[in-house]
Design a protein. Structure first.
Length: 283
C-alpha cells in the first residue's frame, strides 16, 4: 500500500501571488499589484528573496508610500549578493530618490507644524488681546440705572444702584457713584447728599471748573445741629441754602468764598426767592 498526499505550502501559494503582482506591475496595474503583493507577504514569515523585496519597493514607490518602499529597499540590499548588477544600481538610485522624497515630506511636515504653531500663537495672542480689551471695555463701561441730560458744561448726573455720580460727555467719571444717595443740581452746581432725608454730608461739584469739595461739618454752623435738614437747589450765584435741625435760622453757604453767610433779613430773602422760584417751597 502506498499513500500519496498533495498539499501546497504557503511559500508556493505566496509565489503565485508574487507572479501576479509582478504581472500587474508590468502592466501598470499598481493597485492590483499592491493587493496581490500584500496577500503574498501575509503568507510568508519573512522575505528571503531579494527580487521579492525589490518588487515591494517598486510597488510602494509608485503608490507614494515612501516609508514602506524604503523598508523593502533595505531588505533588498540585505539579501542581494551581487552588488554589481544593473538591477542593484537601479534600486540604489531609487533608494536615493525615496530618501529625497521622504526629506521633502519631512520638510513640508516641519513647515506645516511651524505654520500651525504660528497660527496657534496668533490665536492665543488675539484671544489675549480680546480678553485685555474686554476687561478694559468692562472697566470703561458704565452700568447705570439712569442718566440725566448733560448741562451746558457737558456734565451729567447718573445713578448706579442706589448711588449717584457725575460724568462728562466723554464718559469720564468725575464723581464716583459709591457714597451719595441723593442729588440736587442747578445752573452747573451739583450737590451730592449722603442721605435723601436729613443728610449729614454734602459734596458740592462745580461743573464749570469740574472741581468739588465737601461742605463743612454741620456742627461748624450750629453746634446743636446734627444734619443739614431740608436742602434747597443750589443757585447760579453760588449760594447753598439748607434748614438744619435745632437751628433758628437757615444755613446759607457761599460756594465761591467757601464760607457761611449771615443774612440780616432772611425772611425777606426767602420770600423773594420763593416768588421767583429760586428755592423750593418747604413741604
Amino acid at each position: 500500500m502506498s499513500l500519496s498526499s498533495f498539499g501546497q505550502s504557503n511559500e508556493e501559494i505566496a509565489g503565485v501571488y508574487i507572479r501576479k503582482a509582478l504581472n500587474n506591475y508590468s502592466n501598470l496595474e499598481i493597485d492590483d499589484a499592491d493587493k496581490n503583493f500584500a496577500k503574498a507577504i501575509k503568507l510568508l514569515d519573512t522575505i528571503k528573496k531579494p527580487d521579492v523585496a525589490r518588487l515591494g519597493a517598486l510597488i510602494k514607490f509608485e503608490l507614494n508610500e515612501f516609508e514602506e518602499a524604503k523598508k523593502y529597499a533595505k531588505q533588498y540590499f540585505t539579501l542581494v549578493k551581487n552588488k554589481k548588477t544593473e538591477t542593484y544600481t537601479q534600486l540604489l538610485d531609487l533608494y536615493v530618490t525615496i530618501e529625497e522624497e521622504l526629506e521633502k515630506i519631512e520638510l513640508e511636515k516641519q513647515k506645516q507644524e511651524k505654520a500651525k504653531l504660528a497660527r496657534e500663537k496668533e490665536i492665543r495672542r488675539i484671544d489675549s488681546l480680546k480678553t485685555v480689551w474686554q476687561n478694559r471695555s468692562n472697566a470703561l463701561t458704565l452700568q447705570f440705572e439712569s442718566i440725566q441730560a448733560f448741562n451746558k458744561y457737558g456734565v451729567s448726573v447718573f445713578q448706579k444702584g442706589q448711588f449717584f455720580g457725575a460724568m462728562d460727555d466723554l464718559g469720564t467719571v468725575l464723581v464716583q457713584p459709591n457714597t451719595y444717595k441723593d442729588v440736587k443740581s442747578f445752573d452747573g452746581f451739583i450737590l451730592f447728599l449722603n442721605k435723601k432725608e436729613n443728610p449729614t454730608k454734602i459734596y458740592c461739584f462745580d461743573s464749570k471748573t469740574q472741581k468739588g469739595f465737601l461742605l463743612p461739618n454741620i456742627a461748624d454752623f450750629n453746634t446743636l445741629s446734627t444734619h443739614y435738614g431740608k436742602v434747597m437747589l443750589p443757585r447760579g450765584n453760588g449760594r447753598i441754602i439748607t434748614y438744619p435741625n435745632n437751628s433758628l435760622k437757615a444755613l446759607v453757604y457761599d460756594i465761591t468764598s467757601k464760607k457761611f453767610v449771615n443774612v440780616s433779613n432772611q425772611k425777606e430773602l426767602f420770600k423773594d426767592l420763593k416768588k421767583t422760584d429760586k428755592i423750593e417751597k418747604l413741604q
